[in-house]
Design a protein around this ligand. Structure first.
Ligand code: NAP
Length: 266
């Protein structure tokens, strides 16, 4: 029996990229899925392409609408009377220097990339604890470990996510909750297209680092494999650039900063 068979799994940001690739694999493994994103038509396409026996529930929602999250969480939880795994994947990146950012755009980036996570945890953690088990898998980023020019609010929110989920992991261990962080380097998705500029407009380009990133399906396979093994941190998409940046961030942060100082473009 495969590990994901019958598991009740909520994937946020399932309409494209990493979330979609995870959903496409999980529908073939007998998981019972709730898929969330704003673009309902893309979620429907995943359901249509799934094997006939697959259980796929579509819960379209704007997860940046924090006030709406209690109801969204209730629906996600009630669909299969509980959740075994919550994959917190929805996110929006940024391509703009801080000096060109307006505050509101930055705050919106913080909402979807950080406060959406904490609000969903406020709603679902008590239910998970009452249930006595549950795995939370949060997609953060290499940008949450190192400084990331042109992505200052995104990077700050991802840094905050590391602090949040590491602390949550410590606080909830004895109640049977397990927390994993998925930390992508570069995966070839539409993340740079969907990233926002300083005024909140879509950046609309596939940038070179993204283009050379890992294939989303291979990344998703690796993620699911490591999640099954209960890994606390899961690294995917470590192209040469990403691997070097991660390494320098750990062992020579001063050198990494000197390199990043000259980074004017993506
Ligand atoms: N690709 C990479 O190299 C990379 C690197 C580091 C971290 N990551 C992280 O990986 C995660 C997935 O990104 P991706 O690369 O797969 O990019 P993507 O293709 O742009 O996917 C982002 C997903 O988030 C959803 N989303 C965004 N805003 C939302 C909102 N307000 N409400 C509901 N859903 C929303 C999008 O759906 P809708 O637009 O349909 O709402 C989409 O399904 C993100 O957290 C990202 O930060 C990716």
């Amino acid at each position: 029996m495969n590990y994901y068979n019958d598991k009740r799994i909520w994937i946020t940001g399932a309409s494209s990229g990493i979330g979609k690739a995870l959903a496409e694999i999980l529908v073939t493994q007998g998981a019972r899925l709730v898929l969330t994103a704003r673009r309902k038509n893309l979620l429907e396409e995943i359901r249509t392409a799934a094997p006939e026996t697959a259980e796929v529930s579509i819960l379209d929602a704007d997860l940046a609408d924090i006030d709406a999250l209690p109801e969204v969480c209730r629906k996600a939880w009630d669909e299969y009377s509980g959740l075994d795994i919550i994959i917190m994947n929805a996110g929006v990146s940024q391509r703009s220097l801080f000096r060109d950012m307006d505050f509101e755009t930055g705050r919106n980036l913080f909402d979807i990339n950080f406060f959406t996570h904490t609000k969903i945890m406020h709603e679902l953690l008590p239910r998970l604890e009452a249930q006595g088990h549950g795995r939370i898998a949060a997609v953060t980023s290499l940008s949450g470990h190192i400084p990331s020019p042109l992505r200052i609010y995104y990077s700050s929110a991802k840094h905050a996510l590391h602090g949040f989920y590491e602390t949550l992991a410590a606080e909830t261990w004895t109640s049977g909750i397990r927390v994993s962080m998925i930390i992508p380097g570069f995966v070839r998705t539409n993340i740079s297209y969907n990233a926002v500029d300083g005024e909140g407009r879509a950046f609309g380009k596939l940038d070179p680092l993204q283009k050379s990133g890992a294939d989303p399906s291979s990344a998703a396979k690796k993620i699911l494999n490591k999640l099954e093994r209960g890994k606390r941190e899961i690294y995917v998409g470590y192209t040469t650039n990403a691997a070097v940046a991660r390494f320098l961030g750990r062992v020579a942060p001063g050198l990494l900063l000197r390199i990043l100082r000259n980074m004017k473009e993506v």
